[in-house]
Design a protein around this ligand. Structure first.
Ligand SMILES: Nc1ncnc2c1ncn2[C@@H]1O[C@H](COP(=O)(O)OP(=O)(O)O)[C@@H](O)[C@H]1O
Ligand SMILES: [Mg+2]
Length: 303
């Protein structure tokens, strides 16, 4: 058996209208990884997932999932994958529990096993109390969790999530992150696509950055963060004044007590603090704005 969960070689996709969505993707995901595919809208993320799961025909290249080549063993490959698409696509009139057991049925899982697993999954997603209501009666956050639950009912070795937290509120995002982290610790390999950079920083060991159908960077997240040249800092003071004296930091006033600066990572913060005091302000707090990967993204694209 392969030690890779995913092996993609020179994968190309040209859609019928001539759009070159993938221009020769090479990518491996280790078994047990929590891997992110990071990229803007239209970069090709969903196309890769569509090909891996047999929904989109590739133009050329090779895809193997746990060693199963999708050209020759698509069904074996699909048995290992649970997918959470970005859009809600379950039957709105079906009951929560039935959505899971129906999915299990497609995969030939015995009903007794499906029911037992569904109970455990719905409990861990805090949906057990809703098991007998039609899914359209769920809140948006519950529907998101239901999508994850449905993907897990087949006991996938690889869980793929396509932009799982796009449009999800902060509280739910954090509880989803906790759930996914635990799932990964228990042995499920996770591949997620996102343009939430904070998500990658919090969750993932490795990330590949994809731009217009090409992987432009693939490394440990820690190493990627080291590439950030500049970062935005949020500065709290007693009273914002004389920002013109700090013009080399590109200050941006947020409110009477807050402004942001762009700081070169190589420059020592104490120099900035000295200049701030000279400008007549008293420092209360200084912290990075949550956008280090965004800066990274920009700095890679600039090169
Ligand atoms: N069915 C399709 N027909 C033609 N072009 C498509 C189709 N699906 C996606 N594309 C194009 O392929 C590119 C990659 O899309 P997609 O994989 O959805 O990117 P992402 O998921 O990263 O936003 C985009 O330019 C998109 O417009
Ligand atoms: Mg997409």
């Amino acid at each position: 058996m392969s030690e890779y969960a995913v092996e993609i070689e020179n994968l190309k996709k040209v859609y019928a209208d001539g759009t070159e969505a993938l221009k020769g993707i090479n990518l491996t995901v280790d078994e047990g990884d929590f891997f992110a595919l990071l990229g803007a809208n239209g970069a090709g993320k969903t196309t890769i997932i569509g090909i891996m799961t047999g929904l989109v025909n590739k133009t050329s290249g090779t895809v193997r999932v746990f060693g199963h080549d999708i050209d020759t063993h698509l069904s074996a490959a699909k048995q290992t994958i649970g997918v959470v698409p970005q859009e809600f696509n379950f039957n709105q009139f079906e009951k929560v529990i039935d959505i899971l057991t129906t999915e299990a049925g497609y995969f030939g899982i015995p009903r007794a096993q499906a029911l037992a697993d569904a109970e455990g999954i719905l409990k861990s997603l805090e949906l057990w109390g809703k098991r007998d209501i039609a899914s359209r009666g769920l809140s948006g956050g519950m529907k998101r969790r239901l999508m994850i639950g449905r993907a897990l009912i087949t006991r996938p070795k690889l869980l793929i999530l396509d932009e799982p937290t796009a449009g999800v509120d902060v509280e739910l995002r954090h509880s989803m992150w906790k759930f996914l982290t635990k799932l990964n610790e228990q042995g499920t390999t996770i591949l997620l696509t996102t343009h939430y950079l904070e998500e990658v920083e919090r969750l993932c060991e490795r990330a590949a950055i994809i731009k217009t159908g090409q992987i432009i960077k693939n490394d440990r997240v820690r190493n990627l963060l080291d590439l950030v040249e500049q970062e935005t800092l949020v500065v709290h003071v007693d009273q914002v004044k004389n920002l013109n004296k700090l013009s080399k930091y590109n200050p941006l006033e947020i409110d009477e007590e807050t402004f942001e600066i762009v700081s070169d990572k190589k420059e020592r913060l104490s120099i900035f603090v000295n200049e701030l005091v000279k400008a007549g302000m008293c420092l209360k707090d200084i912290r990075p704005k949550d956008n280090r990967l965004e800066n990274l993204f920009l700095s890679i694209l600039r090169k």
